[in-house]
Write a protein that binds this ligand. Structure first.
Ligand code: NAP
Ligand code: ZN
Ligand code: ZN
Length: 347
């Protein structure tokens, strides 16, 4: 066992504070890494605030982890000390079910072991990356390509793969008309990735405040959803819509923007249910679906794709003690476009 510094939530409402947590000894198949950077995902906030159900406090969030290997177990073959590595949203899965065997561990039939707020194989509660170091089985560790700096790699481990996976699954590319709802952490990477894949991309944001950024990221159109005209003008326009919004939306309105057989993929996970009128799906044979992060192999594919196509997030690097202000700013949609914690003071 070793002790590391961390930033933890102790209740749904109190500010996060500094604490220490223990990490298990590096087992035969484990990699221990010093965490250099960790992204702040809106999922951290939903979880900390108990919007998704029960939380085992104190909770150390963080599942966009980038760092450097400091120790490897005797049986480790994929990594060596000094390697630049990442850890995403899960640190284990059953490894036996059809999904695990297909490399889609995020849909593990037994339930993946999430990077924080989950029960690990040894019965302990997992604690995430707002901390100085972590020990993870090598099969759940990613290699960060040299072309991607560690601070910019961090958000790719969740926001990157969460948007890459549905773009691939629903075949975004040349000739596909994609809309991205919400220009936040996930949304801005969705724009960059879809553009890199060759798709024509429209941003649907609450206002035109970030239009210049959206167009610079490669979108060819940018519309305000606060303007009713947007929904008339873009009716039937898209093949694929990724909804990255963390709050409830009027889905019927957005379904109306799909062409026949088009697909709206729910990525945002708001606290409360959303309703859908049957007619919004029936007219135009439209699809409403969802997508959860991505598997380990696909996460590596995404990292390699980002290195090759020069896709990296726009980030604001912060000190650990700024985390509470950062949460407030994320909740106010005042983030351009991902906060990344420099964890050097936690090491
Ligand atoms: P984020 O950075 O806060 O971005 C969300 C964006 O949604 C905001 O920037 C804002 O964009 C828009 N928005 C926020 N409140 C809104 C409201 N009331 N009405 C309309 N638009 C609103 O969050 P994120 O980290 O990208 O995460 C987004 C969601 O995805 C969260 O619910 C998160 O839990 C979920 N998530 C899911 C997965 C998955 O596997 N499916 C993975 C990671 C995260 P504009 O200012 O441009 O309108
Ligand atoms: Zn996340
Ligand atoms: Zn499984």
């Amino acid at each position: 066992m070793s002790t590391v510094s961390a930033i933890a939530a102790t209740s749904p409402t109190d500010p996060l504070t500094r604490t220490t947590i223990t990490r298990r000894p590096t087992g035969a198949h484990d990699v221990r890494l010093d965490i250099h950077y960790v992204g702040i995902c809106h999922s951290d906030i939903h979880t900390v605030r108990a919007e998704w159900g029960e939380v085992a406090y104190p909770l150390v969030p963080g599942h966009e982890i980038a760092g450097v290997v400091t120790e490897i177990g005797s049986e480790v073959t994929k990594f060596k000390v000094g390697d630049r590595v990442g850890v995403g949203c899960f640190v284990d899965s059953c490894r036996e079910c059809a999904q695990c065997r297909a490399g889609e561990e995020q849909y593990c039939a037994a339930g993946m072991v999430a990077t924080y707020n989950a029960v690990d194989r040894d019965g302990t509660t997992t604690q995430g990356g707002y901390s100085g170091a972590i020990v993870v089985d090598e099969n759940y560790v990613l290699r960060i390509p040299d072309a991607i700096p560690l601070d910019k790699a961090a958000p790719l481990l969740c926001a990157g793969v969460t948007t890459f996976s549905p773009l691939r699954h629903w075949k975004a590319g040349e000739g596909t008309r994609v809309a991205v709802i919400g220009l936040g952490g996930l949304g801005h990477l969705a724009v960059k990735l879809a553009v890199a894949m060759g798709a024509e991309v429209t941003v649907l944001s609450q206002s035109l405040k970030k239009m210049e950024d959206g167009l610079r990221l490669g979108a060819s159109d940018y519309r305000a959803t606060s303007d009713r005209e947007t929904f008339k003008a873009l009716r039937g326009r898209f093949d694929l819509i990724l909804n990255t919004v963390s709050a409830n939306l009027d889905l019927d309105q957005y379904l109306g923007l799909l062409d026949i057989d088009g697909t709206l993929v729910e990525l945002g996970m708001p606290e409360h249910p959303m309703s859908v009128a049957a007619g919004a799906l029936i007219r135009g044979r439209r699809n409403l679906t969802g997508s959860l992060i991505g598997g380990i192999a696909e996460t590596q594919e995404m990292l390699d794709f980002c290195a090759e196509h020069d896709v990296t997030p726009e980030i604001e690097v912060i000190e650990p003690d700024y985390v509470n202000e950062a949460y407030d700013r994320v909740l106010a949609s005042d983030v351009r476009y991902r906060f990344v914690i420099d964890t050097s003071s936690l090491r």
